[in-house]
Each structure stands twice: as structure tokens, then as C-alpha cells.
Design a protein around this ligand. Structure first.
Ligand SMILES: Nc1ncnc2c1ncn2[C@@H]1O[C@H](COP(=O)(O)OP(=O)(O)OP(=O)(O)O)[C@@H](O)[C@H]1O
Length: 252
């Protein structure tokens, strides 16, 4: 079995509101393995996004530890975490948060330069990534508000990938897209995985989930089941049937 890139030790996340406590993640021991396209599924409110934010250092656990690429990120201060995230994590969300006052290319460059990249090298990598996601020069010279939803999501993916992150974290990346744009985004994530990078994606969508090779099901604050699908080489019927049978078993 491959090594773990992220591990959690008795991870707990509790939210307190109006004097009430909600225990969303409960003593979770989990390994995200090197080389996997891991998909996290579960009912609405199960804590999938909460888990994704904890694994990626976007939010802190209430209790427990998280090791990421050999470092204990749960003990880092905010500045250390920000640097760590910049160097190790790429983020793709349902909503793309690009800076409206900068061109699409400048958004990506800013991200690469902030992480310590050299301008020429960052620009060359950005151009290669724009090509990979199917955005032309005319697109990356635009401002974010001039892009369609699908184009903006692909631009967001270039920004997520510019620093060659160890793990790309995606939260419902196709949620706001039409079918063709969603497929384009999933194709890029599949390619990222095939190129040897790790992907962790939260989704409700079967078409998205099929791209993963390891599906985890979150319920009552713990991972209550998992399904191995093998690497994606196309959406064959057996893969679909295995996934739907697993989800049915989980009560999805
Ligand atoms: N910042 C917060 N403050 C208080 N409660 C929160 C906060 N973030 C999440 N929660 C609560 O934690 C629970 C899990 O939320 P989370 O967004 O992780 O679920 P999810 O499985 O991703 O749901 P969905 O599939 O609907 O997006 C929900 O009941 C939510 O209201």
C-alpha cells in the first residue's frame, strides 16, 4: 500500500453556536494516500467540507492532530500555516475567488510569486497550464468578470496548480457549471491525478465521484465506509455500478 500524504489522529471538530455544541468530526483517524484521487461523499451536513478544510489547514481542528507531508500542521501558527498552504495545497471551490481588479494571468502570477516563484518560470508554467485547461491567450488577458463560469473555474484551476501543490483540494468543483464545463474541469483533475499529484474532492455528484479511485463515505462524524474503484480510464458501466452499489449500501 502507498504511503500517506495526510493523516489525522483522533481529529475532532466541534462548532459552538448559541450555547449549543455540534460535534461534526469525531475522533477521526484517516489516511489520505499518496497517488490517490480521494473522493469524500456523504449526506448534506455530514461534515465533508469541514473535513476538507481541516485536512488542508484552512481551518483548525478542535482536538486531535493532522500530519501533512511529514509536518504537524495542527501545531502551526497562522503565518506558518499560510506559507505551508501556499507551498503544498491547491484549492478549487464551487465559487472561484479571483481578484476582479487584476487580469486572469496576473491573478495566477500573483499566486506563483507569493509562493517564491521566479517571474519568468511562473509565467511559462502558467501559459502551459492555461493551454492544458483549454484557455487561450485572449482568455487569460481578460479580467475575471469577462469570463464565463466554466472559463473562470478553469482559470481557478490554473491558479490552484501553479505552485505544483502536493495535494489539490476540490470542494464541489463542478457544482455551479453546466455539463460540458463540468466535464472539462473533471478532465483536468483526472489529468492532474494521472500526472502523479494527489487530489481530494468533496462531491455529491456521481459523475464527479467516478473520477476518484478511492471513495470515502462520511456519516455521523466518522468515515463509515470506503470503496476502491481503480484509476479512472473512462466511465465504464462496471465502475458506475460498483459506485452506486457502494453508495446504496451506505444509505446515500
Ligand atoms: N463555521 C461554522 N459554524 C457553525 N457551524 C458550522 C460551521 N461550518 C459548518 N458548520 C456546521 O457543520 C455541519 C457540517 O457542515 P459541512 O459544510 O462540513 O457539511 P457538508 O457535508 O459539506 O454539507 P453539504 O454537502 O450540504 O455541503 C453543518 O451542520 C454545518 O451547519
Amino acid at each position: 500500500m502507498s504511503q500517506a500524504i495526510v493523516t489525522t489522529q483522533k481529529l475532532c471538530k466541534t462548532f459552538s453556536q448559541s450555547g449549543l455544541q455540534q460535534h461534526v468530526l469525531k475522533n477521526l483517524d484517516l489516511e489520505i494516500r499518496e497517488g490517490d484521487f480521494t473522493v469524500i461523499m456523504g449526506a448534506s451536513g455530514a461534515g465533508k467540507s469541514t473535513l476538507l478544510y481541516a485536512l488542508s489547514g484552512m481551518d483548525r481542528p478542535t482536538l486531535g492532530g493532522i500530519r501533512f507531508a511529514g509536518q504537524d500542521i495542527s501545531r502551526m501558527n497562522n503565518d506558518q500555516l499560510a506559507v505551508f498552504r501556499r507551498q503544498n495545497c491547491g484549492f478549487v471551490f464551487q465559487q472561484v475567488f479571483l481578484m476582479d481588479s487584476m487580469s486572469v494571468m496576473d491573478n495566477v502570477l500573483a499566486c506563483g510569486l507569493l509562493a517564491g516563484g521566479e517571474r519568468k518560470a511562473v509565467a511559462a508554467r502558467a501559459k502551459a497550464l492555461f493551454e492544458q485547461v483549454g484557455l487561450r491567450e485572449a482568455d487569460w488577458k481578460k479580467f475575471p468578470s469577462q469570463l464565463s463560469g466554466g472559463e473562470a473555474q478553469r482559470a481557478g484551476m490554473v491558479r490552484a496548480l501553479i505552485n505544483t501543490p502536493k495535494v489539490v483540494f476540490a470542494d464541489e468543483p463542478t457544482g455551479a457549471l453546466n455539463s460540458a464545463s463540468g466535464k472539462a474541469v473533471l478532465d483536468v483533475l483526472t489529468q492532474v491525478h494521472q500526472n502523479g499529484q494527489n487530489v481530494v474532492m468533496v462531491t455529491h455528484d456521481l459523475r464527479s465521484a467516478r473520477r476518484g479511485n478511492r471513495i470515502l463515505y462520511l456519516k455521523d462524524g466518522v468515515v463509515c465506509g470506503e470503496c476502491g474503484l481503480g484509476s479512472y480510464v473512462g466511465g465504464d458501466r462496471t465502475r458506475h455500478d460498483k459506485l452506486t452499489a457502494f453508495l446504496k449500501e451506505m444509505g446515500w
